[in-house]
Design a protein around this ligand. Sequence first.
Ligand code: APR
Length: 244
Amino acid sequence: MSHTLTILDVRDRIHQARSVTVLTGAGISADSGVPTFRGTDGLWKNYRAEELASPDAFARDPKLVWEWYNWRRELVATKRPNAAHEALVKLEQRIERFWLITQNVDGLHPLAGSQQLSEIHGNIWKVRCTQCERFWPNRDLPLVYPPICAHCPGLLRPHIVWFGESLAPEDLTRSYQALQDCEILLIIGTSGVVYPAASFAPIAKDGGALVVELNLEPTPNSPVVDLSFHGRAKDLVPLLLQTV
Ligand code: APR
């Protein structure tokens, strides 16, 4: 693939495409004011996400983990989708086969109106019982500790895929299908270090897709993709998708 393609060439390719898949990460929500995980503002009380978002951390200190999620829920509750989220909703409406794979758990894509999507890491606005595994939406602010299941004596946890846990099989199947099928894969605002999403670029490339990355800076995906554009998601995505 030639590296002389410009953003206008890619815009034309998207315009003509029948199937487009998009992978997003925390960078798209950064422009709504949600801190990224690996950025300088990503720490909470000096804990890194990896130290809190795990089954071990929850087993050790569920109250601490819920305090962190309460903090994140309060923060996210004040944020709105930005121009990048909105441009993806418009893209979904005009592409025959569209799928959005997001690692974000903040719910800003569905709030913007995205419907064809897999929230592969779950959603901060859902809780799940650690015993009976039922899950449902919950928007309590704050969620009073200890939250107990309505159906059994089990403790509730966030309905999030933590480090060391597997993605829901239906999300994985749908994502792989969308990656293998697409003519174009857009990768927006992800550091590309957390699996399995970190392996999505080569899958789409092997399937023959044009793979385009939009990020503030180079990432481990950059050597794999056909093109990288550097800038803020809220500027680049509407520009690329012709919604400016
Ligand atoms: N526009 C575009 N990209 C941006 C912007 C912006 N305004 N701000 C930051 N970025 C980029 C950063 O350069 C970085 O590459 O977004 C990326 C954010 O990376 P991470 O914080 O690592 O977030 P993400 O890739 O979504 O993390 C993956 O890790 O902690 C887990 O489960 C959590 O889903 C998360 C996963």
